[in-house]
Design a protein around this ligand. Structure first.
Ligand SMILES: Cc1cc2nc3c(=O)[nH]c(=O)nc-3n(C[C@H](O)[C@H](O)[C@H](O)COP(=O)(O)OP(=O)(O)OC[C@H]3O[C@@H](n4cnc5c(N)ncnc54)[C@H](O)[C@@H]3O)c2cc1C
Length: 398
């Protein structure tokens, strides 16, 4: 467990946030659970991504056994109905204890809100299995020619009597090799219908005609996959919401994906990495260039803490202007990337390859987060159009 300054738990350097009795009890129960269950150094024990995946899948069940799988879900669906501060506490304590996140992040954070907002009662039956870790989900949105510009998707679904017949290809599908189901964006309108011809389908990955091909990344692991669909038939009842009205679901998913929980989680990651760098720098002579640079990095880390606190408080009061989450996402993920580049310059590759495993993992993640959940260029466009209210036709950045 590390002792950084976080957003809720501000250590000794900032004004403490006043927590209610319920919030304090939430934190104490979570700390007791993590103290009991998190095995220090768990990452070091797994050489293959498959073994790590199996461990993370089991961890979902450990979380569920003590009611910590989905604390942020509403109580009516089996969650704890955590408020904004409790959500932040959950994120921070998870980082503080370096607890595994599990393997069903997409099911719990992305699919579940879609199901309770737009799903039929039958579709909502998936929620119980997601909560217990018995059903793992992945996200089939991106395609080779449609990532940032999702309205270009070409995977089609045609209605044939009481089924949908799917053909096409998805790419960058995280954890598909471990998943049981996929939430899929498909074109159900004419080829040129863009946002007006998109629908959302729930697809069992064991359906005949689906092929999952892992893609090895620079970390040496196959976190991503390409998933192809050849005449895949799924029941008509697996359509979420109305036919051709899937774009509003996509918008709500994308907004959630980079919201306050996301930003707080990234702040917690950055804080942990920064603390590691500072402890390495303690061994350096005062004139080493890293020492002066760390002052600048600390200014950025501090600014992110303030931004994340602001986002948290505005989230609580529902006063966040549209576009603020893009600003926090951009600044947070770009800072992480800059810090990663600095470490590489100061200490070279051995800092990552010969240190604890998580350093190499964190360095790869510094790239990942400037691309996933909307690239930095897209966030800049969103800040310009939503916060500065500039014309949204200004798509190209200099
Ligand atoms: C770690 C990771 C996990 C992922 N997991 C999943 C997943 O599980 N499921 C899934 O569906 N997808 C996933 N993705 C895909 C991710 O959503 C896309 O990579 C992302 O949306 C960018 O799309 P793209 O790769 O096609 O790049 P493109 O959209 O082709 O962009 C290429 C470059 O052009 C820039 N660009 C594009 N449009 C504009 C514009 N209008 N203005 C200015 N610049 C622009 C981009 O910023 C980028 O630099 C994941 C990606 C990563 C990195």
């Amino acid at each position: 467990m590390n002792n950084s300054d976080y957003v809720v738990d501000r250590g000794r350097r900032a004004m403490p946030l006043q927590l209610t009795g319920r919030q304090l009890a939430f934190r104490e129960e979570l700390r007791a659970f993590y103290t009991d269950k998190v095995e220090p150094g768990w990452r070091e024990r797994y050489d293959s991504f498959e073994d790590l995946g199996a461990y993370l899948r089991d961890w979902e069940q450990v979380l569920a056994s003590r009611d910590w799988a989905v604390p942020t879900w509403p109580e009516e669906y089996g969650g704890r109905g955590a408020d904004a501060v409790e959500r932040a506490i959950f994120t921070e304590e998870t980082a503080r204890f370096d607890a595994p996140e599990g393997l069903n992040r997409l099911g719990k954070r992305l699919v579940a809100p879609v199901l309770w907002q737009f799903g039929t009662p039958e579709q909502q039956q998936h929620l119980a299995r997601i909560r217990t870790g018995d059903e793992l989900w992945c996200q089939g949105f991106s395609e080779p020619s449609a990532g940032s510009d999702l309205v270009n998707i070409r995977t089609t679904a045609q209605r044939v009597s009481d089924e949908w017949v799917i053909n096409g290809r998805k790419i960058w599908t995280s954890f598909a090799q471990f998943a049981d189901w996929i939430i899929l964006l498909v074109r159900t309108g004419p080829a040129d219908s863009r946002a007006d011809g998109i629908s959302v389908l729930l697809v069992d990955l064991l359906t005949p005609g689906i092929e999952i091909s892992p893609i090895i990344t620079m970390s040496g692991h196959a976190e991503f996959n390409e998933v192809s669909f050849n005449d895949v038939r799924v029941p008509a009842a697996n359509l979420v919401g109305e036919e051709n009205a899937g774009w509003s679901i996509v918008r709500s998913v994308l907004q959630d994906e980079r919201g306050a929980d996301y930003c707080l989680a990234r702040y917690s990651d950055i804080r942990r990495i920064f603390d590691d760098v500072v402890s390495t720098a303690r061994e350096l002579p005062a004139e080493h260039r890293a020492v002066a640079h760390l002052g600048a990095d600390y200014a950025r880390v501090y600014a992110i803490q303030v931004l994340a606190s602001d986002l948290l408080e505005r989230g609580q009061n529902r006063t966040a202007p549209e576009g603020l989450e893009s600003l926090v996402k951009l600044y947070t993920t770009e800072t992480w990337r800059t810090m990663g580049d600095d470490q590489l310059r100061w200490w070279g590759a051995p800092y990552f390859t010969e240190g604890p495993k998580e350093r190499l993992h964190d360095q790869a993640e510094s790239r990942h987060f400037t691309i996933s959940a909307g690239t930095s260029e897209i966030q800049r466009n969103l800040i310009a159009s939503r916060l500065l209210e500039l014309p949204s036709g200004r798509k190209k950045v200099a």
